[in-house]
Design a protein around this ligand. Structure first.
Ligand SMILES: [Zn+2]
Length: 269
């Protein structure tokens, strides 16, 4: 089995490997810039299956189950720009600082990732250079261009979380994920809670930290943008119907929030 240790130079060398970045509505003027770090579960051909069974590669350790369908429908509803990563977070996690041990996980939950063990520095560097860097460079470029063109940007990072973690059931249907932004998350929480039937997590099941996040600290906080992550529980969006339902719900909520931000003159470039 080729686990990529001999292919340090070029990772995405074959014509079968998709481009890392998926984009929709690249010239949108919607204020919402939708980011999906864990959208895909592609693995570069030279890495094989990373030594994992297909059943493992379909689990949340490889990607955010259900979020691709939500992101696709939501960006259509809002006509908003979506930037998403096609490669699995087992190749390199695009929401971790590259220097963090969990950037290329040797173990995820209790699953050992054979293709990530004893990885050479060069092989790790190739994953960063060909998957992580172009993705984050593109997000930065898009924010730059929007600023030049006077388009306000509200960064929304879309994620999903497992219903049970370490044997404990998570009660929230949806959560916000933020640290320094006090504008967007409070509006999201208020609007989610106004729906009545939702159990809403305020920085649950996670909060943002330097060790476990990259997109919000770097592109949201680092650029001074209104920003929040939205985390949806995976069992609600495993099937297409749930994905559509949540995309509809989020589209309504974000449209409502856009109006509130405009009314308060909070949409700035
Ligand atoms: Zn995620």
């Amino acid at each position: 089995m080729d686990l990529g240790r001999s292919s340090d130079k070029s990772l995405l060398a074959t014509g079968d490997d998709p481009a890392p970045i998926l984009e929709e509505n690249a010239f949108s003027r919607s204020p919402f810039l939708l980011i999906s770090d864990h959208y895909g579960r592609a693995i570069p051909r030279v890495l094989g299956d990373l030594g994992l069974a297909e059943s493992e590669l379909r689990r949340h350790i490889a990607w955010d189950v259900g979020i691709a369908g939500v992101a696709d429908a939501l960006c259509k509803h809002l006509a908003a720009h979506l930037i998403a990563q096609r490669y699995s977070r087992l190749v390199i996690d695009c929401n971790r600082p590259p220097q963090a041990p969990s950037s290329i996980p040797r173990i995820s939950e209790s699953t050992v990732i054979p293709g990530n063990e004893a990885l050479s520095r060069e092989a790790a560097e190739a994953r960063r250079r060909e998957v992580f860097d172009p993705y984050h460079r593109r997000i930065g470029e898009v924010i730059d261009r929007r600023q030049r063109e006077g388009i306000p940007t509200v960064l929304v990072a879309l994620h999903s979380f497992t219903p049970v973690y370490a044997g404990i059931a998570r009660p929230w249907h949806v959560g916000t994920l933020y640290r320094r932004d006090s504008g967007l998350p409070s509006l999201l929480l208020k609007t989610f809670r106004a729906q009545g039937e939702l159990v809403v997590g305020d920085n649950e099941p996670y909060a943002v930290s330097e060790e476990t996040d990259y997109t919000i600290p770097v592109h949201g906080e680092g650029r001074g943008l209104l920003n929040s992550g939205i985390e949806i529980r995976q069992d609600l969006i495993t099937e297409e119907a749930g994905q559509r339902e949540w995309a509809d719900r989020l589209a309504n909520i974000l449209t409502d929030i856009e109006a509130q931000l405009r009314a308060q003159a909070l949409l700035r470039t």
